[in-house]
Design a protein around this ligand. Structure first.
Ligand SMILES: Cc1cc2nc3c(=O)[nH]c(=O)nc-3n(C[C@H](O)[C@H](O)[C@H](O)COP(=O)(O)OP(=O)(O)OC[C@H]3O[C@@H](n4cnc5c(N)ncnc54)[C@H](O)[C@@H]3O)c2cc1C
Length: 385
């Protein structure tokens, strides 16, 4: 046996799973096919403090490029809802290196340039074949990102609604003072069906622009091009320079499916646990349960289901409500989106607190009191589209 646990993929979730399992005394190897952690850099580079707080980690300014105050959510008509909440634009390479250091400090054997090619189980032992030879372990954690190849090879479907993955194109851009504002801007409407377009300032002249679109295929370049043109017009910019462009899938609210089988656990984007903060927390839950399984000598799916149970307790309602919200948004007309957003314009939204169901009820009640007709927009949820 080379290790108790082999983790495939040093995603934020994979690193947390490896670190937590090692901190509980198990012997862990974490492999990633990248040449170095953080290189190439993942385009996910922002988060809100509230979401990151779920991890119990503190934000370290060594990897923060810019501190932001929150976000403007902009309706198709241009009306805005302001969400005040500390947020961060990260130097993603430094962020990954910071956690790689923690992973190593916890005793994990972190191996880069090592790609898992296949995983087979025989008599309770996993053989993970890689370009660097075969590794043997008692348990495998898969965290190889969206559309997990390894989970697929093992016959698992870790994302319940893969059609819901929001496909994205994001670019780092430059124009005079583009990076100066201290709020993100998220635009909703039919120019980015089912999710949003984004403007994320990161200081000086730099920012990122992105689109995230559901159920329109994974090439969203046309949506992106028209978003850039609209953005330039809105901000009165003649030109924008493009520094780099990324594409990928964000499994936001695509709901975890089969994330456990005998001796196998799936975590992070590969399990639809989207977002850096939520992914990391899911990785922590996964690593804790994995270590307990090794200590008990029981890596059965039954024992490992504790991971799903803990995740469900924390996130299930939020993810299902998120899915309903995004699906409804996707089906709404711009006029319907405007009518809902008008209810919240200029309001202090701090009353929307509590667990996800309570939040949903408070929001519904507020709409009912302020503008009952706005609730009619939710008819869109029943539309076939
Ligand atoms: C363009 C874009 C922008 C986004 N922006 C944000 C954002 O700002 N904030 C946010 O919270 N979320 C954002 N997201 C969502 C985000 O991608 C994910 O939620 C998050 O990064 C989780 O990463 P992951 O688990 O999917 O894995 P990844 O970060 O993709 O990591 C998977 C790792 O596995 C490795 N790997 C893959 N296959 C193998 C193999 N066979 N063997 C060994 N290693 C392997 C890869 O090299 C990689 O390091 C964004 C998504 C996209 C597409």
């Amino acid at each position: 046996m080379d290790a108790d646990i082999v983790v495939i993929g040093a995603s934020p979730a994979g690193m947390m799973a490896a670190r937590n399992a090692a901190l509980k005394g198990t012997n862990v190897i974490l492999i990633d096919r990248k040449e170095a952690i953080g290189n190439p850099t993942h385009p996910a580079n922002t988060f809100f403090k509230g979401m990151f707080d779920k991890t119990g980690e503190t934000v370290d300014q060594s990897y923060v490029i810019k501190n932001l105050k929150g976000a403007h959510i902009v309706a198709p008509s241009g009306g805005e809802v302001v969400v005040q909440s500390p947020a961060y634009f990260l130097d993603r390479k430094k962020f990954d290196e910071y956690y790689a250091q923690q992973v190593r400090k916890a005793g994990v054997d972190l191996r880069t340039s090592t790609e898992a090619l296949n995983v087979v189980r025989s008599e309770g032992v996993f053989s993970i074949s890689t370009n660097e030879g075969t590794l043997k372990s008692k348990l495998v954690i898969i965290s190889d990102g969206i559309n997990s190849r390894i989970a697929g090879l093992m016959g698992m479907k870790p994302i319940k609604y893969p059609r819901d993955i929001a496909w994205s194109m994001e670019a780092e851009v430059e124009a005079p003072d583009l990076g100066e504002p201290d709020m993100f801007e998220y635009y909703v409407g039919n120019h980015a069906p089912g999710w949003k377009s984004t403007y994320s300032p990161c200081g000086g002249n730099r920012a990122t622009l992105g689109v995230y679109v559901r159920r329109h295929g994974n090439d969203v370049s046309l949506f992106f091009d028209s978003w850039v043109e609209r953005f330039k017009k809105m901000k009165g910019l003649d030109d924008i320079s493009f520094i780099s462009k990324s594409v990928g899938g964000d499994p936001i609210a695509a709901i975890p499916g089969e994330i456990i089988s005998e001796g196998v656990m799936v975590t992070g984007g590969s399990a639809a646990q989207s977002g850096i903060g939520y992914g990391m927390h899911a990785g922590q839950l996964c690593g804790d349960v994995a270590a307990d399984a090794i200590v008990k000598g029981d890596v059965s799916a039954r024992f490992l289901s504790e991971y799903r149970k803990r995740w469900n307790q924390e996130y299930r309602n939020e993810y299902y409500l998120g899915r309903i919200a995004l699906e409804t948004l996707r089906k709404m007309t711009d006029k319907e989106i405007d009518s809902i957003m008008q209810v919240f314009e200029g309001e202090d939204l701090s009353f929307i607190q509590g667990d996800p169901l309570v939040k949903a009820m408070r929001t519904g009640l507020f709409m009912l009191t302020k503008k009952p007709s706005s609730l009619l927009a939710y008819r869109a949820a029943l539309r076939r589209k």
